[in-house]
Design a protein around this ligand. Structure first.
Ligand SMILES: *[C@@H]1O[C@H](CO)[C@@H](O)[C@H](O)[C@H]1NC(C)=O
Ligand SMILES: *[C@@H]1O[C@H](CO)[C@@H](O)[C@H](O)[C@H]1NC(C)=O
Ligand SMILES: *[C@@H]1O[C@H](CO)[C@@H](O)[C@H](O)[C@H]1NC(C)=O
Ligand SMILES: *[C@@H]1O[C@H](CO)[C@@H](O)[C@H](O)[C@H]1NC(C)=O
Ligand SMILES: *[C@@H]1O[C@H](CO)[C@@H](O)[C@H](O)[C@H]1NC(C)=O
Ligand SMILES: *[C@@H]1O[C@H](CO)[C@@H](O)[C@H](O)[C@H]1NC(C)=O
Length: 375
């Protein structure tokens, strides 16, 4: 390829993305738009990748892009999921003056025995087949009897798959990442992630839908310490190389995340990673919507309550609102990035990424403008 055609390519990549501020290409569209050649020569032409902003969920518009779940809890929680009007009216969902988005369980109503506690579950209107999802949290819910999750899920469950990115119960301190799929997908437990494997078969039909799970090594990754440290960042990367989850403590967030130009190839090993080696990602994961919820008791928090060290029974725990003061999400932003593979100069797969993405973008933008002026 000539120098000029490389520039033209970069230009065509940059111009639409820059002028819209949004790279609306999804991974599949993009992959089918890649040069039609053998895998090997494609690999040889690949020089790097960019993660471009696709969607931002934050601040006063956050709830515009989610739908409140108004049905019973499929996980059998002692919970009553409220609609958006009730959530906003009762202060179970709101946006603070500083832009933080709060969703919480009712922490002000004393309940009679056996009654369900009000809470919130929301689902994104948009769905994704791949992407880089970066959630910046001040606080995640926890406490005896509390079972929150941030997860993504496809249609025809478990057909489209499920990725649980943040999940735990009670006063747990280690986050748990779990995948649930149709039969035929499993984790490779041979490494390249820092967490501990709980079970490697992702099949939702076995072991009471335990899924394939990985526990984060850090005792700051969930619950009291997570909140005490001011929260942090959870990132989930889903592309043809696998599905990986990172947790970054507030004081250890990579600069490229803060600068909104994430480069996951430069991050440390993920906490959890589902490799495509024993799982056909195309077959088991597609069209995922993003979900946040907080439930109480139910199949995980209820069944594990007696051995959790929490007092009394889970059902009794539900009655006193003071037990739910920490059952709250506080979200700074959820940003979704989509991948642009940069093809061009010769090089090998896994070769150096584009030297500086900012410089490349700036240079190609300048060239775009010059080209337009010349025309
Ligand atoms: C969010 O909602 C706004 C307003 O309805 C809409 O323009 C935008 O496309 C939505 N974004 C996503 C990711 O759903
Ligand atoms: C929301 O839920 C409340 C309480 O159940 C109900 O009275 C109200 O009609 C619902 N609102 C909508 C818009 O469905
Ligand atoms: C995902 O989004 C596409 C495009 O808007 C839509 O056609 C499809 O039905 C959606 N799938 C799900 C599961 O919501
Ligand atoms: C783990 O990483 C090493 C070094 O980067 C690589 O050679 C190996 O193939 C990886 N293993 C898996 C299971 O991805
Ligand atoms: C993975 O699944 C897709 C979709 O079902 C299929 O087209 C593809 O052939 C599968 N790949 C392998 C290696 O089995
Ligand atoms: C809520 O969090 C605070 C601060 O960590 C802690 O002292 C308190 O015991 C927690 N309350 C409950 C009900 O978990």
């Amino acid at each position: 390829m000539t120098w000029l055609s490389i520039l033209a390519l970069l230009c065509s990549l940059t111009c639409p993305a820059t002028s819209l501020g949004i790279g609306s290409l999804n991974l599949l569209t993009h992959r089918s738009a890649a040069p039609k050649s053998s895998l090997q020569s494609r690999a040889a032409q690949r020089v790097g990748e960019l993660w471009l902003p696709q969607d931002i969920y934050a601040g006063s518009t956050f709830f515009d892009n989610f739908t409140f779940w108004e049905q019973a809890d499929p996980t059998k929680g002692q919970v009553s999921y409220v609609n958006s009007s009730t959530a906003f009216a009762n202060g179970l969902a709101y946006v603070q003056a500083d832009g933080a988005v709060v969703m919480k369980g009712d922490d002000f109503t004393v309940l009679p025995p056996g009654a369900a506690r009000d809470s919130v579950r929301i689902t994104s209107n948009a769905n994704y087949t791949g992407g880089l999802f970066i959630l910046d949290l001040n606080q995640a819910p926890w406490g005896c009897g509390v079972w929150p999750a941030w997860w993504t899920v496809g249609p025809n469950w478990p057909g489209g798959g499920e990725i649980d990115i943040i999940e735990g119960v009670h006063d747990n301190t280690h986050n748990q990442v779990t995948w649930h799929t149709n039969p035929g997908c499993s984790l490779t437990n041979t490494g390249n992630y820092t967490g501990t494997v709980l079970k490697d078969d992702c099949d939702a039909n076995v072991d009471d839908n335990a899924g394939c799970g990985v526990t984060d090594w850090s005792r700051d990754s969930y619950g009291p310490q997570f909140d005490a440290g001011g929260g942090g960042i959870y990132a989930m990367l889903w592309d043809e190389t696998g599905i990986a989850v990172w947790y970054f403590y507030r004081n250890a967030i990579p600069d490229d995340i803060t600068n909104l130009s994430p480069q996951p190839s430069g991050w440390s090993e993920p906490s959890a990673y589902l490799s495509p080696q024993n799982c056909n990602l195309t077959e088991f994961f597609y069209q995922h919507q993003i979900v946040f919820d907080i439930t109480f008791c139910g199949v995980w928090a209820g069944n594990s309550y007696a051995t959790s060290g929490c007092p009394g029974t889970c059902s009794d725990r539900i009655r006193d609102p003071n037990n739910f003061v920490n059952a709250s999400w506080s979200i700074n932003s959820l940003r979704v990035y989509s991948k642009e593979i940069v093809y061009g100069a010769s090089g090998s797969l896994g070769g150096p990424a584009a030297p500086s993405i900012q410089v490349t973008l700036l240079a190609s933008l300048t060239l775009c403008v010059l080209a337009l002026l010349l025309l």
